[in-house]
Design a binder for this molecule. Structure first.
Ligand code: CMX
Length: 137
């Protein structure tokens, strides 16, 4: 089952530059983590019950590097908190949506994550996340 919006992922060229605007508003970065298998460095900024995830590429062929090259900085994905990512993954498959990975993988913060292709969702890359940061409802 889906709960809150866990985070909104924003592709940035530089976390150090991008964080300044949020900090000017009194928000702050609580965690910075490299996720090597995704080729990204992520900075998490809590905002109400959700978070803003700044995504900087650390690898030339990462999803975020490709996105920045094609589209420039901007909103990259929407992440919804799931209390059972495998069950929600199965529901999406059954409904004919294009789930990107054969099964959930570990993402930032040790969460289990799955992605749905933006071509299949009306233009928004969707992430489902379950775990330490993904399921406190
Ligand atoms: N949002 C909306 N559309 C997107 C997109 C995004 N984030 N990324 C790519 N697209 C669009 C492209 O613009 C392109 O559209 P056009 O054909 O109209 O030009 C199309 O999708 C390309 O699709 P593709 O050829 O299948 O693939 P790409 O190589 O561009 O990869 C995707 C797209 C979604 C499959 C890839 O980014 C992916 O696997 N993402 C999941 C993993 C991920 O994003 N990891 C980083 C975040 C990790 C984290 O949060 O920790």
């Amino acid at each position: 089952m889906i709960g809150r919006i866990e985070h909104v992922g924003i592709a940035v060229r530089s976390i150090e530059e991008a964080r300044k605007m949020y900090e000017a508003l009194g928000l702050f970065v609580t965690e910075i983590e490299d996720v090597p298998h995704e080729g990204v460095r992520v900075a998490m900024i809590p905002c109400g019950e959700s978070r803003i995830e700044l995504l900087e590429s650390i690898s030339d062929d990462s999803a975020v590097a490709k996105f920045l090259e094609k589209r420039g900085p901007g909103v990259h994905h929407l992440c919804l908190a799931s209390d059972d990512v495998r069950a929600d993954d199965a529901k999406l498959r059954e409904a004919g949506f294009q789930v990107l990975r054969p099964e959930p993988t570990r993402g930032a913060g040790g969460c289990w994550v799955q992605f749905v292709h933006p071509k299949s969702t009306g233009g928004v890359l969707l992430e489902l996340s379950e775990g330490e940061h993904g399921s406190h409802e």
